[in-house]
Design a protein around this ligand. Structure first.
Ligand code: HEM
Length: 456
């Protein structure tokens, strides 16, 4: 055996199989096919169905792991060194700025892609039976990815990160009973300081990446066990396994994955080569910027804090939303009763209109409520005989829930199915959150007052 052949055989021992048994062995031994089935339904390869969002998220996790490992060589997680080490990385280390940019933008893009992937899964009803539990695993991934972004946000130790983390962690105080203890444990003391940086660093480089790795592996394993959902047209019956045409993963699926991956990588490299990750002056615990804003993905909650009592904005509303999202696949579809709509974008033609209606109502209603609350409505003085937690917490929450209930009831009365009505409700709430985030990001200036973006 010549040397090259010996090297090749030491890495990949199999020869290309010609029989069934050989093929089986290949699957067991080959990494690529370990992560994929040998064949996939041709229809599941439709790009405008999954948009490859789950696979691209995995690609970004890979980019983050590599660039994160490189950053570790330059970064020091102490308040007096952290900011300096980032500056040194950017100015004195070859490609340091570029690697930091790549890590920063990949992390932001990952969060966006994971949310888009979740929306794809939701709007194609791909979380219905038998994929309910995989939806729950996905939610855990969403929280972990947000947590990884947030813990990384503090590490540069600049004014932006210090105050953003101060704002968000102060919301922990409002968790009933255990809030202050949880906040103290997360911060490692009464306020953001050296212990916080050490805690966040440990979470960022070990606990969260490890948890993400384990749950992604579980998630993908479930995709294989539950089988990937199949796209279909409105009113088309779900195809049986015998009606589906199967093609081999190599090359059909792999070519699509590699093409999509290369396009996203190219755009990411280009972006990271031209747009630098932000870095303000070193953190100053005595001088908060005005306005001090949370990281963009938490600005929606910060905006909520301006309108609801802190216990409701920081705990009750996020906890209710999470609970609703966890229960959603079990409440939205009963396999013994409801029509199977998995794989149909927006469930039906009516569903499409209702999703649009939900988005419109959510955007307009939230904007109106924010403006009314800012300029005209003063619940604490209007209901001055009640404690604040009731006048600006329980009452507005119950009013909102009643409004949502009536909205859903009206849709049901007009013939929408339970799943279509839930979809409209989900769209409304999603649009409300995006609107709150946009208002917080672009329309809040000094002292968090409402103003036009060009005055902010
Ligand atoms: C780090 C985050 C995530 C990664 C890497 C990931 C990865 C993947 C991949 C590769 C697939 C195969 C099909 C596709 O690409 O669409 C998939 C499917 C799926 N994902 Fe995720 N996912 C993540 C987050 C989520 C989230 C946030 C949810 C929902 C809350 C979710 C729910 C699902 C479900 C239900 C499926 C099956 C879809 C079907 O059969 O059509 N995933 N995921």
């Amino acid at each position: 055996m010549n040397l090259l052949n010996r090297i090749r055989r030491s890495i990949w021992r199999m020869t290309w199989p010609t029989d069934d048994q050989g093929r089986m062995k290949l699957v067991l031994n080959d990494l690529l096919l370990h992560l994929h089935p040998t064949t996939v339904p041709l229809r599941a390869l439709k790009v405008t169905y999954t948009f490859g969002l789950g696979g691209l998220s995995i690609l970004l996790l890979g980019v983050l792991a590599i660039t994160g490992a490189l950053l570790l060589f330059a970064y020091t997680p102490t308040p007096d060194q952290a900011h300096k080490s980032i500056e040194t990385l950017q100015t004195e280390i070859w490609l340091g700025q570029f690697v930091r940019n790549l890590h920063h933008w990949s992390a932001n893009l990952l969060l966006i892609l994971v949310v888009l992937h979740m929306l794809r899964v939701f709007y194609t009803a791909a979380f219905h039976h038998p994929r309910e539990f995989n939806w729950v695993l996905g939610l855990a991934l969403l929280l972990l990815v947000a947590g990884a972004n947030f813990s990384g946000y503090l590490l540069p130790w600049d004014q932006l990160s210090y105050w953003a983390v101060t704002i968000v962690t102060s919301m922990l105080d409002y968790i009933p009973l255990a809030g202050p203890a949880i906040r103290r444990a997360v911060l490692g003391g009464p306020e953001v300081g050296a212990s916080t940086l050490r805690n966040f660093f440990a979470f960022h480089i070990s606990v969260l990446p490890f948890s993400i790795f384990v749950i992604v592996a579980f998630h993908i394993w479930r995709v294989r066990k539950d089988t990937i959902s199949i796209p279909r047209a409105v009113d088309e019956d779900p195809p049986t396994k015998r009606q589906l045409k199967y093609v081999t993963t190599v090359p059909h699926l792999v070519v699509l994955e590699v093409t999509g991956g290369l396009i996203v990588l190219a755009l990411l490299l280009l972006w990271s080569g031209t747009v630098n990750a932000p870095l303000l002056e070193s953190a100053d615990p005595h001088h908060p910027p005005n306005p001090a804003k949370a990281a963009w993905y938490f600005v929606g909650f910060q905006e909520l804090l301006l309108h609801f009592h802190p216990v409701y904005a920081s705990f009750v509303i996020p906890a209710l939303t999470l609970l609703a999202l966890v229960l959603l696949p079990y409440l939205d579809f009963d396999p013994d009763r409801d029509p199977n709509v998995t794989g149909i974008w927006f469930r039906s033609a009516r569903g499409r209109r209702l999703a649009g209606l939900g988005l419109l109502v959510g955007t307009v209603w939230t904007t109106l409520m924010v403006v009314i609350d800012e300029y005209w409505l003063d619940l604490p003085s209007l209901l001055s005989f009640l404690p604040n937690s009731i006048s600006t917490g329980l009452i507005p929450l119950l009013a909102t829930l009643l409004g949502l209930f009536i909205f859903r009831l009206a849709l049901r009365a007009h013939g929408a199915t339970a799943s279509e009505s839930n979809m409209a409700l989900f769209s409304l709430l999603f649009a409300a959150f995006v609107t709150l985030t946009a208002i917080g990001l672009f329309f809040r200036g000094q002292n968090m007052a409402l103003m036009w973006p060009w005055e902010v």
